[in-house]
Design a protein around this ligand. Structure first.
Ligand SMILES: Cc1cc2nc3c(=O)[nH]c(=O)nc-3n(C[C@H](O)[C@H](O)[C@H](O)COP(=O)(O)O)c2cc1C
Length: 164
């Protein structure tokens, strides 16, 4: 069973989550194709899709939004999971649904689930504008990704796919 894992990531944190999900799905005998969403093929022919993005100013990165909008008809016909990597800190902030608004995308493809997962912030990788924003909101630096939660989420996806 082929599953597309297409990720938009500015600074690599979400891309690594995508890689991890791909590895975990492989352990269940699923064949993932993990790609940058900008290089992703059409989802036609895949059994399912996992679409993810880092969160910037409460939204997905444009390439991820564009992908959903371009392929919404095919995506509406297969099981889709959304993941957002955004909140940072311990406890993670912004909390839960406040981190990201994917209402319009959800309305188009009705995902099985949207997971909001803690992300990572390395100030050394940011451009000047981004540095100004994180300074203004006093965003904490660090890697807050919860690999156990990510593995659990990938396991849930595998369970749903393998029982269908
Ligand atoms: C300029 C900037 C704005 C951000 N805005 C948000 C936001 O609105 N909500 C959120 O949850 N996280 C926000 N974050 C945190 C990122 O989503 C988080 O660091 C994520 O893991 C980055 O993923 P990437 O490295 O794959 O791009 C922001 C980070 C930066 C640098």
């Amino acid at each position: 069973m082929r599953v597309l894992v297409a990720i938009a990531s500015k600074h690599g944190a979400t891309a690594e989550i995508g890689e991890r999900i791909g590895r975990r799905l492989s352990e269940h005998g699923i064949e993932p194709l993990v790609v940058d969403v900008a290089d992703a093929p059409s989802p036609a022919g895949f059994a399912a899709a996992v679409l993810g993005s880092g969160v910037y100013a409460g939204s997905w990165i444009k390439a991820a939004k564009n992908y959903v909008e371009t392929h919404d008809e095919v995506l509406a016909e297969i099981p889709v999971w959304f993941l957002s990597s955004g909140p940072i800190g311990d406890p993670p902030k912004p909390e839960g649904e406040k981190a990201v608004d994917v209402t319009e995308l959800t309305a188009k493809v009705d995902p099985q689930r949207h997971a909001i997962l803690s992300g990572a912030l390395d100030k050394g990788k940011l451009n000047l504008a981004e540095r100004a924003i994180v300074a203004a909101v006093r965003a904490p630096e660090g890697d807050f990704r919860d690999w156990d939660a990510i593995d659990d989420w990938a396991d849930e996806i595998a369970t749903v796919l393998l029982q269908n």
